[in-house]
Structure formats: structure tokens, C-alpha cells
Design a protein around this ligand. Structure first.
Ligand code: R5P
Length: 310
């Protein structure tokens, strides 16, 4: 399906993703355009998706916070666009859900990362996302059978820390955060420490802080890829109490901030909380924009580019 006006990609925003899709189109110029998508929820909880018929290759824009509610309408939209003739159907999901359950931690547990990957791979030709939680699974290609491209948030996060925090000490709350903390610390040439975390349940987390006297006078910047319940970061904040350090900042790539996470972080001593806009930052949280990086990656993937869409 070739558009006579040179349009190469139409972006369809799932509800809540309109501003993100607009920002991408504004950066990509006339080869990209927006198209309509409407979602109706029936009183009984079922959904009805309607899309404007596609004229060219398409991508759905849908960050995947709250994935259980979003995924079914998302897949219906993808299937409908394909039925209506879209040659390729891509997914721009700045936050990719279900990556943390990357193995069965107890017998009988679903390996959600693999199951979710198989589901999305059946409906999409390609995926663009931001720093997925790759830990025991070291690459999206191991579980996704579509073409994927990852945007890294380390650059924008490092720029934010450089402009906002003098003399930072970067603190990773657990072994899994080492990869992200290292990237940011290297860009800033700042010192870093990575802690041991014990998680006994969803809301039961503790961590042990090493001796930080060598870094007195620095501002602790807690850095992680995801803040969900906020318990991981709050445990570090608690253990910083009484250490005589400057009030800490918490910076995460994906700010999910479930339940009372933000109140908890403030109560535990977070002077500032920042996250990228992979998920819309809630009020009181400072945003770190990623639209330039996402648009650059999407531009590189569009038909006619060096790394065209499949
Ligand atoms: C896990 O390894 C992740 O990197 C985060 O540390 C974790 O998801 C944070 O969860 P919560 O905010 O619920 O402690």
C-alpha cells in the first residue's frame, strides 16, 4: 500500500498516548501522519475499537503501563488495521510491560515476559521501546520474534542530572540496576555504588547501604529503571537517614508509581523525584523528555530510511 502523497507511516494513538504521537509526528515531518483511533468501553467492560482506514504502513503508539487493561484493545486495533490492508503494523511502546517476570521464581509460575512477547509478536511486525528490563533475558530478540529497536534513556537522564544536581553520587538500589547506573555514571564521570536488595514481597523490601563517608558532600541520586510500588527506592532512602548526606533525588526511566509510591518516597526523604516521559510523569514528578530520541529511532526505521521497517 503506497500513499501517493509520500506519507510513509501513520501513527494511531491508543487513549492517553495522543500527545506522545503528536510529538513524534511533529518531529518526523510530512512523511509521518496521525490517524484516528477510538475506543469505546461498554458498561459490561468489553471494548470496541474503531480505526480510520490506513493508507500506508502504520504504528500504534501505546505505552504499556496497566497492560492488562490495554493489551486486548491494542491487539484488536492491530488486527483491524491489518485486516483493513496495512502492509506493516508496528508498535511504539516506550514502556514495555511484563519484562521483570523473566523466569519462574517458584514452580508453576508463568514466565510472563516470554508469554507476553509471543502474544505481541503475533500481532506486530516491529517494536520500538525504551530500555526494557533486560536482566536474565539479555536481549529482546530472545523472546520477541518481531524486529525490535531499543532507545536508551541514559543520555537524557545524564543530561538531567548534570543540569540539576551538583556533585551527584549515583546509587543503584539492586544488582539489576547496575547496567543503567553504570551508563549514567560514565557519562557524568560521577562515582556510583550499587546496593544489595532483599525483596520478601510486593511491598516488603530492604537494602543495606555500604559506608558512604568517602562521598560526604555529594548528593545521593537513586537511579533505577522502574519505580512501581516505590518500595525499592524508599528502602534506600530510609537507610540514608542519619548519614549526614544532602537530601536525595530519585530518578527512574519508567515511573509507574503505583499505589502510594510517591507519598512514600516523599515521606522517606526524597527531595526530588524525576522520570522520563516513557510513562506520563504524574503531578509533582519532574519529566525528562524522550521524544527526540524516539523520533530519531522511528525516523531511522521508516520506509526509505537506512534501516527500513520490515
Ligand atoms: C526490579 O528489578 C526493578 O528494576 C525495580 O527495582 C523494581 O521493579 C521496583 O519495584 P518497586 O518500586 O515496586 O520496589
Amino acid at each position: 500500500m503506497n500513499d501517493p502523497h509520500g506519507l510513509a507511516l501513520q501513527l494511531y494513538a491508543m487513549p492517553g498516548n495522543e500527545a506522545r504521537a503528536d510529538a513524534l509526528v511533529a518531529r518526523l515531518g510530512p512523511r509521518a501522519g496521525r490517524a484516528g483511533l477510538w475506543l469505546h468501553r461498554f458498561p459490561d467492560g468489553e471494548s470496541l475499537v474503531r480505526v480510520q482506514p490506513p493508507r500506508t504502513a502504520v504504528a500504534l503508539v501505546c505505552t504499556l503501563r496497566d497492560p492488562d487493561a490495554l493489551t486486548l484493545p491494542l491487539l484488536m486495533a492491530a488486527a483491524t488495521l491489518r485486516e483493513l490492508g496495512a502492509a506493516q503494523v508496528g508498535l511504539v511502546a516506550p514502556y514495555l510491560a511484563y519484562m521483570r517476570q523473566d523466569r519462574a521464581f517458584e514452580p508453576g509460575q508463568a514466565v510472563s515476559a516470554r508469554i507476553y512477547a509471543a502474544l505481541l509478536s503475533r500481532h506486530f511486525d516491529w517494536l520500538l521501546t525504551v530500555d526494557p528490563h533486560l536482566h536474565r533475558i539479555d536481549s529482546l530478540d530472545r523472546i520477541y520474534s518481531l524486529r525490535s529497536r531499543v532507545v536508551h534513556a541514559a543520555g537524557p537522564i545524564a543530561r538531567w542530572v548534570a543540569s540539576e544536581i551538583a556533585q551527584p553520587l549515583l546509587i543503584g538500589p539492586d544488582a539489576e540496576s547496575r547496567q543503567w547506573v553504570t551508563e549514567v555514571a560514565e557519562r557524568l564521570r560521577a562515582p556510583m555504588v550499587v546496593l544489595d536488595k532483599q525483596r520478601r514481597g510486593d511491598l516488603d523490601v530492604s537494602s543495606r547501604l555500604p559506608d558512604l563517608r568517602a562521598w560526604a558532600g555529594r548528593t545521593p541520586v537513586l537511579l533505577d529503571d522502574i519505580a512501581s510500588s516505590g518500595r525499592t527506592l524508599a528502602a534506600v532512602l530510609e537507610s540514608l537517614r542519619g548519614r549526614g548526606m544532602a537530601p536525595a533525588a530519585c530518578v527512574v526511566t519508567h515511573g509507574l508509581f503505583a499505589l502510594d509510591a510517591l507519598d512514600l518516597l516523599r515521606a522517606a526523604g526524597a527531595a526530588r523525584v524525576a522520570c522520563t516521559d516513557s510513562v506520563e510523569p504524574p503531578p509533582g514528578v519532574e519529566g525528562i523528555a524522550l521524544d527526540a530520541e524516539l523520533a530519531q529511532a522511528l525516523g531511522d526505521m521508516m520506509p526509505g530510511a537506512k534501516e527500513p521497517l520490515p
